[in-house]
Design a protein around this ligand. Structure first.
Ligand SMILES: *Cc1c(COP(=O)(O)O)cnc(C)c1O
Length: 387
């Protein structure tokens, strides 16, 4: 047993990060100030999107995206069941209904074949949009998804909380960074401490659409605008209007300062995650009882999570805990949560994701994981599965 357990993920805060936050704390702005705009600009450039809207967490970002896209009671949206609850909850917040579509057994992403079959077996207009997740950091091919969505008149929200810095390749051989706004309508990122970039709580929505940008900003701040071009009339310089029922989903300026400082190191973090993944891959390559993540040359996997599948997952989870390795399970399928069962979802509805859940385990994966710590994890995993 180790003195200090090894978590599955953790943030990395440097002296530069601390200095950036200090400096902003002593400035004139605490909530939305100049650091927000700078963070939005730099993040948009990082992912290659036209616009970015900073928010107080990704759950708020998903809610804003759903609201901006007009999700309303009576609408039905298709969501992957292999994700954190917020990816589906954003539809429910707006009164929409969720239909889960099973995952691909190799990538663990929403299965494009099953998605097409679902759309083709229902009348046009049954569904308003889809929420896909770049699960574990494996990026969706948005070219193919966009083609499916366009055929059926759907919008796309891409939950990229696991995948800032990932890329995929289109049929012409061009690389697309996750979150570039040309194919998904809105793409949402999280800056929770276990994610790639940490601001405490925090998130970002990217889009190429000026109309969606305007609505995202409006709903972020109470549905209030001061833009003279949008006001119905003006009583004077003080006058603003609340035009929609919006929220307060703003990020603070000192969190944005932390985000900017973290963003400067994002590529180094991705590179280190690749190294760690390669080392796990090699260590487990000839062990039949361990299935390692799918690899492909035409994508860059962002490796938020390194997930293996093993026959006795519960046994391995308990053994690793007892040895000081805090492996995790991502996730219990969303359709089997008590909240979603009330809509009729039950065991057996989505067999691929249910089978995946029986075997999956996320091993420690974060840039400051040391070689010594990783070797300890590898040794303990192999000790358990080969005994
Ligand atoms: C972390 C996460 C969220 C929620 O992010 P918060 O910033 O904590 O609200 C949503 N979706 C996915 C896939 C996530 O991993």
């Amino acid at each position: 047993m180790r003195e200090k357990p090894i978590p599955y993920g953790r943030q990395h805060i440097t002296d530069e990060d601390v200095a950036a936050v200090f400096e902003t704390l002593r400035s004139d702005f605490l909530t939305q100030g100049p650091k927000i705009e700078e963070f939005e600009r730099k993040f948009a450039d990082y992912v290659g999107a036209r616009h970015a809207v900073a928010v107080n967490n990704a759950t708020s970002g998903l809610h804003l995206a759903a609201r901006a896209l007009g999700v309303a009671p009576g609408q039905r949206v298709i969501v992957t069941p292999m994700t954190f609850a917020a990816s589906a909850n954003c539809i429910r917040y707006c009164g929409g209904d969720v239909t889960f579509c099973d995952i691909d057994p190799d990538t663990y992403l929403m299965d494009e074949g099953k998605l097409s079959a679902l759309l083709e077996s229902n009348p046009r207009g049954t569904f308003a949009g889809i929420v896909v997740v770049d699960f574990a950091g494996y990026p969706h091919n948005l070219e193919r998804l966009r083609a499916i969505a366009d055929r059926h008149g759907l919008w796309i929200i891409e939950d990229a909380c696991h995948a800032p810095g990932a890329w995929w390749t289109d049929s012409a051989g061009h690389r697309h960074t996750t979150g570039e706004g040309s194919l998904a309508d809105c793409c949402v990122f999280s800056f929770h401490p276990v994610k790639h970039i940490a601001t405490g709580e925090g998130g970002m929505v990217t889009t190429d659409s000026p109309e969606l940008l305007e609505r995202l900003r409006l709903f972020r701040t109470h549905g209030i605008t001061r833009d003279p071009a949008r006001l119905s009339h003006s009583d004077g310089g003080w006058y603003y209007e609340m035009q929609e029922l919006g929220f307060n989903y703003r990020l603070t300026d000192f969190q944005a300062a932390l985000g900017i400082s973290q963003l400067d190191r994002a590529d180094a973090g991705i590179a280190r995650r690749q190294e760690i993944a390669r080392r796990y891959d090699e260590a487990f390559a000839c062990i039949e009882a361990i299935r390692t993540p799918r690899r492909a040359d035409d994508i860059l996997h962002a490796f938020h999570l390194y997930i293996i599948q093993v026959p006795d997952r519960k046994g391995l989870y308990d053994f690793l805990r007892s040895e000081g390795v805090l492996a995790q399970v991502h996730y219990a399928p969303l359709h089997l949560m008590p909240y979603y069962r009330q809509f009729g979802w039950k065991e057996g509805d989505l067999p691929v994701v249910e089978e995946y859940y029986r075997h999956c385990l996320s091993l420690p994966m974060f840039p400051t994981l040391t070689d010594e710590e990783q070797q300890y994890v590898i040794d303990k995993v192999i000790e358990f599965v080969t005994r």
